[in-house]
Structure formats: structure tokens, C-alpha cells
Design a protein around this ligand. Structure first.
Ligand SMILES: NC(=O)c1ccc[n+]([C@@H]2O[C@H](COP(=O)([O-])OP(=O)(O)OC[C@H]3O[C@@H](n4cnc5c(N)ncnc54)[C@H](OP(=O)(O)O)[C@@H]3O)[C@@H](O)[C@H]2O)c1
Length: 226
């Protein structure tokens, strides 16, 4: 299994949880030092560095992981960036980075992984609640997540015929510090909708059970797997 974005809070927690379940996990992430520390913690997991702005590198790390593991059954993509502020003031370079890291890079990772993943395997991408509820003050951030979520919805029936599950994980706000690391603007006050443990537990359950979606219902204020 490959976890891309493994140095992030959710990516790291998913990698640890999969390792605990007995999976052989390979890691990809931007920060070589933190990646090496996690690789050591997980018993010498294979690790590749990637900058998501380099789409060719996104494809290459999938090949490196598959070679190191002797195959690939599962890809989890947990890379992402946030940006805040009104759309009429949004900077073109910020929008480009959002759409590259949140949309094009996950697409490149999934496209590289799918031909290597056989029947019973899965790809899981952390998109966001914003795909269901595009939100004022986060227009480009919402668009980047809605785009990758829509792409996954279209890919799902293509892959169903091959027996490969496409799992779209759309969590609500979780206190991981992501909003504070925004590449532009300041996050408005946001209510936490779930904890890291809750979301990671449901991702692992969803992967085990071949689920298609993890979604947050704002009316019911609850997370649900479908
Ligand atoms: N936290 C939330 O409220 C929330 C809600 C819904 C969805 N999500 C999604 O969940 C995913 C994980 O988020 P998180 O909360 O765990 O935040 P996080 O800890 O900031 O993780 C984000 C990850 O993306 C990586 N990343 C960002 N830009 C990159 C680049 N150019 N190249 C390579 N890696 C890059 C970061 O790398 P570094 O470690 O090097 O910084 C980090 O590993 C994201 O897709 C996020 O949008 C989060």
C-alpha cells in the first residue's frame, strides 16, 4: 500500500493505522527528514520524496513504491493545501497551486496507480466536505476539491468492472492545523466536525469493506460510509 502525503497529520495517521493492521506500507511525502523518521517508525518502510507541483514525480513515486513492495494493492492520497479569502481578491498563483496540489496531483497519482492495482484493490483520495458544500470565502479551495471529487465519481464505474474500488473521503473540518498552514488568507472560525481518530478509523473500515464514500451530513452532523 502507498500513502502519499504521509508526513501530514491524516496521512501519517492512516499510514500508522494500516501498518498496525499488518499492511506493507510505502510512503511518499515532501519533507525527506520527517518521511525518513516515519519510515523508520514503521519498520523501515520504503519511502520516496515528492513535490506535488511536479506531476511527473507524482507518477514516478507510484512506480518506486510498487517496485519496492513487489506490487500495489492500495493507494491513499492525503496531500492537500488550503487557501482562504474572497474570490475577487484571489491570486492566480495561489489558485494554480490549489488546483495542482488538490486536483492534478491526486489525479496523476491515481492514474499511475490504477494500471498496477488488480481486482480487490482500491484507491482512496482525501477530498473534503467542500466538494458537497462549496463555501464562501474558500471558492478556489472548494473548486479544487469539487473537481477531484467529480473526477473520482466518473472513474468509479470504469474501475468497478475491473474490481477496483474508488473511495472518495470527504471529511468535515478536523483540527490538524491544515487551515493554519493555508497558502493564502486566514481561515474563518470553524467548528470541528470530527476527530483524526474518528476519520482514520472510518477510512480503514471503508478500505476493508470496499466503501465508495465517506461523507459528512451537515443536517445530521454525522459522518457516514457508503
Ligand atoms: N484537516 C481538515 O480539516 C480536512 C478536512 C477535509 C479534508 N482534508 C484533507 O485531508 C488531507 C490531509 O490534510 P491534513 O488535515 O492531514 O493536513 P496536513 O497535515 O497539512 O497534510 C497535508 C499534506 O499535504 C502535503 N503537501 C502540501 N503541499 C504539498 C506539495 N506541494 N507537495 C507534496 N506534499 C504536499 C503536506 O506536506 P508537508 O508535510 O511537507 O507539509 C502534508 O503532508 C488534505 O487533502 C486535506 O485537504 C482535511
Amino acid at each position: 500500500m502507498l500513502v502519499a502525503g504521509a508526513t501530514g497529520v491524516l496521512g501519517g495517521a492512516v499510514a500508522r493505522a494500516l501498518h498496525k493492521e499488518g499492511a506493507r506500507v510505502a510512503l511518499a511525502g515532501r519533507d525527506g527528514g520527517r518521511l525518513a523518521a516515519l519510515a523508520q517508525e514503521l519498520g523501515g518502510a520504503p519511502a520516496s520524496t515528492l513535490d506535488a507541483l511536479d506531476l511527473d514525480r507524482c507518477s514516478a513515486v507510484v512506480g518506486e513504491a510498487a517496485d519496492a513492495l513487489g506490487g500495489l494493492d492500495l493507494l491513499v492520497v492525503a496531500i492537500g493545501v488550503a487557501a482562504f479569502g474572497p474570490a475577487d481578491g484571489e491570486d492566480a498563483a495561489v489558485i494554480e497551486q490549489l488546483l495542482t496540489v488538490n486536483t492534478l496531483a491526486p489525479m496523476a497519482l491515481v492514474r499511475a496507480a490504477l494500471p498496477r492495482i488488480g481486482k480487490g484493490g482500491a484507491v482512496a483520495v482525501l477530498t473534503a466536505i467542500l466538494a458537497d458544500y462549496p463555501t464562501a470565502g474558500m471558492a478556489a479551495y472548494s473548486a479544487s476539491k469539487a473537481a477531484i471529487s467529480g473526477w473520482l465519481t466518473a472513474v468509479r464505474p470504469e474501475q468497478r468492472r475491473r474490481g477496483v474500488t474508488v473511495f472518495d473521503v470527504r471529511p468535515p473540518h478536523i483540527e490538524t492545523g491544515l487551515a493554519g498552514r493555508a497558502i493564502a488568507g486566514q481561515a474563518p472560525p470553524m467548528k470541528e466536525g470530527a476527530t483524526v481518530d474518528q476519520v482514520v478509523g472510518m477510512i480503514v473500515d471503508g478500505l476493508r469493506d470496499g466503501r465508495r464514500e465517506l461523507r459528512y451530513d451537515l443536517q445530521k452532523a454525522e459522518l457516514a460510509l457508503r
